[in-house]
Design a binder for this molecule. Structure first.
Ligand code: GLA
Length: 400
């Protein structure tokens, strides 16, 4: 079987697997698997069907839906409207074998279980209004002090008690773009934040095996905004062990130094000559034990600045050959090595998520920016549009 033929066969299998249980939304209309064999996939064509199926009911009785995006190479991304959460990402290894590379669950129950809510790892979710921490849950805009929910010791973390990860977003499948757009209107005062904030998050799966995430938001009162996706990755075959063998590069010469509650002191420190330096590829586990606080949980100041997408990080998993590149318009990236995972959660594949089982690379503005006048501003004013884009691009390398 030549490569092209193999791909076509794979597409057929993927599509055949999609027909049946859920609803398919597609520009080309619903086709049988047989008709699909006649379709010649081209790189320009990206009009794939988007499967929709029920994902479960929230505790409040709201129905949720799972959306499946597939591209012509057979890569597949599943996203639920609960928290606009990525629940699974199937990518090929160097032999072409597909496997899930994120931590997650195959139904809503996993995201609502007592163990999950207790440890609060935010698997795959959109976190907001403010991803990361705001010191003591307080900030002042135009002379007025605002008090947010404090849900991480004395600090505010990832939007509060019921952040954007725990609400059901409105979804709009966009089959012509192979994308789903999610929208959430956060009322004035929610979790203590000022202003009604309307946010959209669009996930696009390209034929180059990229997940592109476009964020936009508008407000009717000045408010802090810092949206990110909190996926945990483990690119190893079957996710059979922790992610410490993954080899990571982060294009950053500095990081934001934090206090014992993980709030930045304001200092940007050079990584050179320290365990924080990932400018050259390093196994995550090589120095993780030397990092204070049980592992990496730090915001890196990306070296490349300016408009447009910049390369932030690359991850290589040697046994599978999988590579993931992270590109972003944001100035920072939180590298979190899954330090708080403790084996109490069992994921979709039946694996126990132990410490360092997955890692997050959360593109963002710096933590606690509303209280750090020297950091790039995170305040969105009425009349402005918040815009941010991040791309997770998957490929493989042949050699070990
Ligand atoms: C972020 C934080 C971590 C932790 C995780 C979720 O990465 O920086 O400290 O809260 O989210 O567990």
């Amino acid at each position: 079987m030549n490569k092209k033929h193999f791909r076509k066969q794979f597409l057929l299998l993927t599509l055949a697997g999609s027909v049946g249980a859920g609803t398919l939304v597609g520009c080309s209309g619903q086709q049988t698997a047989e008709e699909e064999t006649e379709v010649t996939a081209t790189t320009e064509q990206n009009q794939m069907d988007i499967k929709q199926e029920p994902f479960g009911k929230t505790k409040e009785g709201e129905e949720t839906t799972l959306y499946t995006l597939t591209n012509e190479k057979g890569m597949q991304v599943q996203i639920t409207d609960y928290g606009a959460t990525i629940t699974s990402v199937l990518t090929p290894d160097r032999e072409g074998k597909m496997a899930d590379v994120v931590l997650g669950f195959d139904s809503l129950a996993g995201y609502q279980s007592p163990e999950y809510l207790k440890s609060g790892p935010y698997f795959g979710a959109i976190v907001g209004r403010y991803g990361n921490r705001i010191a003591k849950g307080k900030f002042t805009i135009d002379g007025q002090e605002y008090k947010l929910a404090t849900n991480n010791g004395v600090n505010h973390l990832h939007g509060g008690v019921k952040g954007f990860d725990k609400v059901v977003w409105e979804a709009e499948p966009m089959p012509g773009q192979n994308a789903v757009r999610f929208k959430y209107v956060s009322p004035d005062g929610e979790e203590g934040y000022p202003g009604t904030l309307t946010s959209t998050v669009t996930y696009t799966l390209t034929n180059d095996n990229e997940i592109k995430i476009d964020y936009e938001a508008t407000t009717d009162k000045a408010t802090p905004v810092n949206l990110t996706n909190h996926s945990y990755f483990n690119l190893a075959p079957g996710q059979a062990k922790d992610a410490l063998g993954h080899v990571l590069t982060i294009n950053a010469d500095k990081y934001t130094v934090v206090d014992e509650t993980l709030i930045p002191t304001g200092e940007l420190r050079d990584v050179k000559g320290t365990v924080m330096d990932f400018n050259t590829p390093q196994a995550i586990g090589a120095r993780v034990k030397q990092v204070e606080g049980g592992g990496y949980d730090h915001n890196y100041v990306l070296s490349e600045t300016g408009d447009g997408l910049k390369k932030a990080a690359t991850v290589y998993e040697p046994t599978s050959g999988r590579v993931m590149e992270v590109l972003t318009t944001e100035p920072g990236i939180q590298f979190y090595s899954g330090n708080f995972l403790d084996g109490t959660i069992t994921g979709a594949g039946g694996n126990k998520y132990e410490k360092h089982y997955g890692f997050a690379l959360e593109t963002q503005h710096f933590p606690d920016s509303p209280n750090q006048p020297k950091f790039p501003s995170t305040i969105l004013e009425p009349g402005e549009t918040y815009k941010s884009t991040t791309v997770y691009k998957f490929s493989t390398r042949d050699q070990q």
